[in-house]
Design a protein around this ligand. Sequence first.
Ligand SMILES: [Zn+2]
Length: 338
Amino acid sequence: MEEKISLLEKEAEEEIKKVKAEKELEEARVRYLGRKSTINQLFSQLPKLEKEKRAYIGRRLNLLKEKIERLIKEKKLQFEKKEEEIDFTVISPCLHVGRKHLLTQVIEEICQIFKNLGFQIIEGNEIEDEWHNFSALNIPLEHPSRDVFDTFYLDLPPQEGGKFLLRSHTSPSQIRVMEKFSPPLAVISPGRVYRPDNPDASHSFMFHQIEGFCVDKEIDFSHLKGVLFYFAQSFFSPQVKLRFRPHYFPFTEPSAEVDISCIICQGKGCSVCKGKGWLEVLGCGMIHPKVLKNCGINPKKFSGFAFGMGVERIAMLKYRIADIRIFFENDVRFLEQF
Ligand SMILES: [Zn+2]
C-alpha cells in the first residue's frame, strides 16, 4: 500500500506539471481527487488495516491529497496569470500602422495594368556591365551617356561585358531577357536606376523606371499604340488623349516620345503643362533590328516594341507632387498622405 501511494504521488506530480490547458487540469483533478480516484479507493481500504498502520497510512494519504490539491491550485494560478498578461481589450495609445511607399504603390499599379494584358514581370540587375547597359542596346562607344558624368562606374576589374556600372536605365533587363528566352515575349521590368545628377526639384541620382517590351512575329507600331492607350487610360483617366512625337533613341527605330493630354487642365493649358496642354510621360519605339540581333533573335523573323517611363515623374503628375526629393526624405507627414 505504501508503495502504491509513492507511485501515485510521483505520477500525479509529473502529470500536473505537463498540463497545458485548463481543460486538461480539470480532467487531472477528477482523476486524482474525484469520487472514483485511486486515493478514494485507498481511503476506503483503511478500515481493513491494523490500527497502527491505519493511522500512519491515513496520514500519508491525507498529505498526498493536500499535495495534489496544492499542485492543481498552483497550476490554475499560472493559467490565470497568463490570461491577465495578454489583455486584448486594452487600447494602444499610439498605433503606427506601416504602409507601402507611394512609389511602391505606383509601381505595383502600373505593373498590374500590364499584367492584365498578359505581360510578365521580371526584375533585372542593378549592377550591370557596359554590354547590357549600352553596347547591346546599340548605344555607340562615343555616346555621351557612357561618359563618367552620366554613369556611375564601379571600381571592379572589367570582365567580358566590359566595365561594371550601376545601370542608368532599366533597358538592360530587356537584353537579359531576350538573351535568355526566345519569343514570344511580353515583359515588364521595374527597378531603380542611377545617374550622377545633382539633386534638384526634378533630378535625383537614384530614381525608378519601368521598362516594357514585347517581341513576337508580326508585331508592329499599332500594337505599341494599343498597349500604351490601354495603360494611359487605365492609369490616368479614361478621357486621357495620347500624342506620339517622333524622337530618336539608339535602341528603337522608329522612336517616339509620348505625351498625354494634361490631366490637370484637360488640355486647355495650365502651369503644370506650361500652357501646352500636353505632358510628356514616356519614350517608346520599335526595337532596333540590331538590338534583336545582339540578343540572338532573328530580326527577319521577329519584331518587337519597347517603352520606358520614369516612375517618379508619373507619380508626380498623377499626385501633383512638385519636388522629386520628397519621395526619398522619409517625411512621415508626406508618406501618410497616400
Ligand atoms: Zn495643363
